[in-house]
Design a protein around this ligand. Structure first.
Ligand code: ADP
Ligand code: MG
Length: 356
């Protein structure tokens, strides 16, 4: 049976043939397969990303409308963070089970707050009746017009056009360091806490503060836009951790045609997982839980100190978790594009969330 990613590759990647390295007046610089599409219109550049959140799939059916709006918006903006791009405009396709005005007013107020906070304008959309589904399409521009340092390197695969540059999944180079922002495991932990779907394994003591943190991590995940922007011209490749660390590391590796070697012992664990007595479960949440919306990125070794500096300036903890290695016998179909080292670390059987 076809997986989500096989479906995309088999049925919806046909326009990728039109991706042109020597971009003509209007063209696709980066099409299907990255966190956002990167389009060129004359001398201007446009980035576009879309994400759908379905009730009872991406958030509990009884979630507060304000929380649904902030989660949907921030998750979408996270893809822009992963591109190092600046979001500017937004459309909203909203499917509602009914016209509950109280719900709408809370949803709208929260969305308006989010738009103001991140400087994006809602410019269109569609409103229909059906099971609650929220789809945002975010549009924006590259963060910078600085000349890509890496474009001098003939093996470098990330486009840099007219000085515009974005972070792509495809630029990782053998020898790069692999970094991740923030902490891991909070998305899965929050889901457990919110759905109270506690198996004996997953029951763990949480302080009120930790509960608040996890609630916020789930319903208002912070899109790492500042860090993403700062990484442009420094990182060779980036992706946001939405499906799960191993799954997203796999996407980055396959787009870059490299392998990633990760050190489990180095992974930054969210503090709320510390009191979980089942260590294997905590590890599973960090590796494949997903919904963390942190940036996973690769940087040339020589730029190690730059990352330390820019992370400090952006106010985001960043952790070195591995390295990019060559893959002479690379075979993404076998899922071997990510190697996991560390004391007793094993890959969970499911590496990340997949709809199919
Ligand atoms: P992300 O987790 O960053 O949102 P996805 O895993 O949802 O990315 O999608 C992977 C890539 O496939 C993205 O480039 C996305 O735009 C593309 N994609 C997903 N679904 C479709 C579709 N139905 N048609 C065309 N492209 C798609
Ligand atoms: Mg993404």
């Amino acid at each position: 049976m076809a997986s989500e990613f096989e479906i995309i590759e088999q049925y919806f990647s046909f326009s990728n043939n039109n991706v042109l390295a020597s971009a003509p007046a209007s063209s696709i610089v980066v099409g299907v397969g990255d966190d956002a599409a990167w389009l060129k219109l004359g001398s201007e550049h446009l980035l576009v990303a879309t994400d759908t959140l379905v009730s009872a799939v991406h958030f509990p059916a009884d979630a507060e409308p304000a929380d649904v709006a902030s989660r949907a918006l921030n998750v979408n903006l996270s893809d822009f963070a992963a591109m190092g791009a600046v979001p500017q405009w937004l459309t909203l396709a909203l499917t509602l089970p009914d016209n509950d005005e109280q719900w709408l007013s809370k949803f709208s107020a929260s969305l308006a707050r989010g738009c103001a906070k991140y400087g994006v304008s809602l410019v269109g959309g569609d409103t229909t009746r059906g099971p609650l589904t929220v789809t945002f399409t975010v549009m924006g521009v590259p963060a910078t017009a600085r000349t890509s340092v890496a474009s001098d390197d003939p093996s470098f695969t990330v486009p840099s056009l007219d000085g515009a540059h974005c972070l792509c999944r495809s630029g990782a180079q053998t020898g790069d360091e692999v970094w991740v922002s923030g902490s891991l495991g909070k998305g899965a932990a929050a889901l457990q806490m919110i759905t109270q779907n506690h198996s004996a394994r997953a029951a763990w003591p949480l302080t009120d503060r930790q509960r608040e943190n996890l609630h916020a991590a789930f319903y208002a995940p912070v899109p790492q836009l500042g860090l993403g922007k700062a990484l442009v011209g420094v990182a060779n490749a980036a992706i946001d951790v939405s499906d799960g660390l191993l799954a997203d590391a796999g996407h980055l590796a396959s787009q870059s045609k490299v392998m990633l070697e990760l050190n489990g012992d180095a992974l930054p664990m969210h503090p709320a997982l510390a009191s979980l007595s089942d260590v294997a479960l905590a590890r599973e949440w960090m590796l494949s839980g997903g919904d963390d919306y942190e940036l996973l990125f690769t940087v040339p070794k020589k730029d190690h100190d730059k990352v330390v500096m820019l992370a400090r300036t952006a106010g985001v903890a960043c952790t070195l978790i591995g390295k990019v290695v060559d893959c002479a016998e690379y075979d993404e179909k076998h899922g071997e594009s990510v190697i996991l080292n560390g004391d007793g670390w094993e890959k969970p059987s499911a590496s990340g969330f997949k709809h199919f």
